[in-house]
Design a binder for this molecule. Structure first.
Ligand code: ADP
Length: 247
């Protein structure tokens, strides 16, 4: 398989903090349309890996290619423009704005060169808000103040804010933390739907949820990949049972 088949190709990626290798010569390849879940014990390097891919942390060595373009030295905002979207565990929505306004302000107007261009695009923004609100199940709540949404709805809104930027790769950190069983079900459906025309990397601890959503699972340990493959394959891997699932 050539690199062009991958939306993301990470090779020999390493980052050291004061001599400690938090990510150690790691290789990761994500296919177009794939939903990859990363699991591993605390301190394995999962968050650091996503920080490196989105440009929040600079790599010490190795390369990150997105759609076959070299990203390793690009600043975070340029990676966002190229189509990499990241959501953190804590929702960072604007509680005092409506659902509509939260989505509207997330539209990447900055791409236009002239202010007038942004003005002309108003209908385009509204159409995109409507499309995204429908996708995240909040089309009937557009006028509602975001602070009044349930915990789950806030998480979906934040995913919607990422979708407003039309990313090709979304990275989510524990998207179901604090959610009810019903909200987890809705989130599983939402993530699978999003991946019909996008790729996704999710960090998750809840194994039942991982089994429900993952196309492929990567198990990390001490900054390296310990195992990779289907949920069935990794959960029966003795190395994985030893360091993670067996705990
Ligand atoms: P995980 O997300 O799997 O729990 P992290 O990526 O947060 O793991 O952390 C991996 C290791 O790197 C941990 O030992 C952590 O203490 C260390 N680490 C992460 N970021 C930094 C940093 N900015 N400075 C120093 N050490 C860090």
């Amino acid at each position: 398989m050539s690199n062009t088949d991958f939306v993301l190709a990470v090779e020999d990626l390493t980052v050291s903090f004061d001599g400690f290798k938090a990510i150690d010569s790691l290789n990761l390849y994500v296919d177009q349309g794939e939903l990859r879940v990363i699991i591993g014990p605390n301190g394995a390097g999962k968050t650091t890996l996503l920080d490196l891919i989105c440009g929040r942390t600079a790599a010490s060595a190795g390369s990150i290619k997105f759609k076959n373009d070299e990203m390793t030295k690009l600043p975070e905002y340029k990676r966002v423009r190229q189509g990499i979207g990241r959501k953190f565990q804590t929702p960072s929505i604007y509680e005092n704005l409506s659902v509509f306004q939260n989505l509207e302000v997330s539209f990447p107007r900055g791409r236009g060169v002239f202010g007038a261009l942004a003005f002309k695009c108003d209908q385009e923004v509204k159409d995109q808000v409507q499309k995204v609100a429908t996708e995240i199940g909040l089309a009937d709540s557009l006028d509602l103040e975001a602070g009044l949404l349930s915990h789950g709805q806030k998480q979906w809104l934040e995913i919607g804010m990422l979708l407003m930027q039309d990313p090709e790769l979304l990275m989510l950190d524990e998207p179901i933390a604090g959610m009810s069983a019903r909200e987890r079900e809705v989130t599983a459906d939402l993530l699978k739907r999003i991946c019909k025309n996008r790729s996704m990397i999710v960090i998750e601890h809840d194994m039942a949820f991982v089994a429900q959503i993952a196309d492929k699972v990567t198990v990390m340990h001490q900054g390296k990949i310990l195992a990779e493959g289907s949920m069935d394959k990794v959960q029966n891997d003795p190395k994985v049972i030893d360091v993670y699932l067996g705990h």
